[in-house]
Each structure stands twice: as structure tokens, then as C-alpha cells.
Design a protein around this ligand. Structure first.
Ligand SMILES: [Zn+2]
Ligand SMILES: [Zn+2]
Length: 177
């Protein structure tokens, strides 16, 4: 099988993790991983909590790539909102393309044991919603600029104040009820 990214390079079996073999390219160091094989491997692993590490930036395959097995296009799935990296999946063969360094990235995000859930609608929806929330917060921060921290502190205090609604009415210049 040829590498989907590099012309003229064959994929060879290589260890991706302890006991997990993928087909790798010597040139770009990317790997083709069978999801079925991954699930079998994952089920033999103990669940260990991950010590959180800093997330490193890794080059991303932005081009459309074609599955080395069936030559059909592969679909890109966002891994997490903490990184712009995406995994390519062939939904016909159930094989995923992991770029060089992305397995380590998955480990850092503690997602390497839940690889297949990245391709689920639920996870993708969750990322989308989180993204919308984060963008809304960013917009508010930009809008208020330097005053944002003051406003936020006031809001936090206001949320605990029993006459909160009276304060809001007062700010809106309405007569307290
Ligand atoms: Zn390659
Ligand atoms: Zn395929």
C-alpha cells in the first residue's frame, strides 16, 4: 500500500504504541491505523489517568487525502478544540490516517484510548457547541476591552446579591418594583 501523502513510498508495519501496530510511511512518518485493530488493542489496556502535558503544535494535513486501501477520499475530523489537528477517516475501510506526532498529541489530550469516539457525531457536536461558547466569550471580551475584568467581577458579585434584580432595574433606569 502506498502512502496517501507521499508519492512512491510504501506503508510498512510499525509500532505506534506498546502492542499497537500501524502501517507507517518512512518519509512523512504518518500512520494508517485500522480502527478494529485499535479497539482490540485499547480493550487490553488499563485505564491510567494522564498527567496533563502542554499541547504541542503539529503540522496538519490540510489537503484532502485518499485512502491507501480503497482510494476513496478520507473525511477529516477535528480532534479537540485545543488543537487545529484533524484525523482523516475512511468510513468504508474504517482506517484512520494519523500524521506524524498526532499519536503523541492524542496521548497528551488523553484521547488515545477513545480514538473511535472522535469520529462520533456526539463528540463533533460537543466540539462545535464548545466552539460557539468560546467564540461568544471572545466577542464579549473584545467588545468591553480593558473593562471586561471589572464587569466580570461585578457580574460575579451581582449573581450572589439578593437584590440583584433591583440593581439591574436601577442600571436600566427603571423604577424598582
Ligand atoms: Zn508519507
Ligand atoms: Zn478506504
Amino acid at each position: 500500500m502506498n502512502c496517501p501523502k507521499c508519492q512512491g513510498y510504501h506503508l510498512k508495519p510499525k509500532k505506534l504504541d506498546n502492542g499497537l501496530i500501524a502501517l507507517s510511511c518512512d518519509h512523512c512518518k504518518g500512520s494508517l491505523l485500522s480502527i478494529v485493530q485499535f479497539i482490540q488493542w485499547r480493550d487490553t489496556q488499563e485505564t491510567k489517568g494522564n498527567t496533563s502535558q502542554t499541547i504541542c503544535e503539529i503540522d496538519e494535513t490540510s489537503d484532502l487525502i485518499y485512502c491507501p486501501k480503497c482510494s476513496g477520499f478520507m473525511t477529516k475530523y477535528q480532534i479537540s478544540n485545543q488543537t487545529h489537528n484533524r484525523l482523516d477517516l475512511c468510513f468504508r475501510c474504517y482506517e484512520t490516517w494519523i500524521d506524524s506526532g498526532e499519536w503523541q498529541l492524542l496521548q497528551q489530550l488523553d484521547l488515545q484510548k477513545n480514538l473511535e469516539s472522535i469520529f462520533s457525531e456526539k463528540w463533533q457536536k460537543h466540539l462545535l457547541l464548545k466552539n460557539v461558547e468560546e467564540n461568544a466569550e471572545k466577542r464579549i471580551k473584545n467588545h468591553f476591552g480593558n473593562a471586561f475584568n471589572k464587569i466580570n467581577a461585578f457580574k460575579m458579585w451581582l449573581d450572589t446579591y439578593d437584590k440583584k434584580n433591583d440593581v439591574i432595574d436601577y442600571l436600566k433606569k427603571r423604577k424598582p418594583k
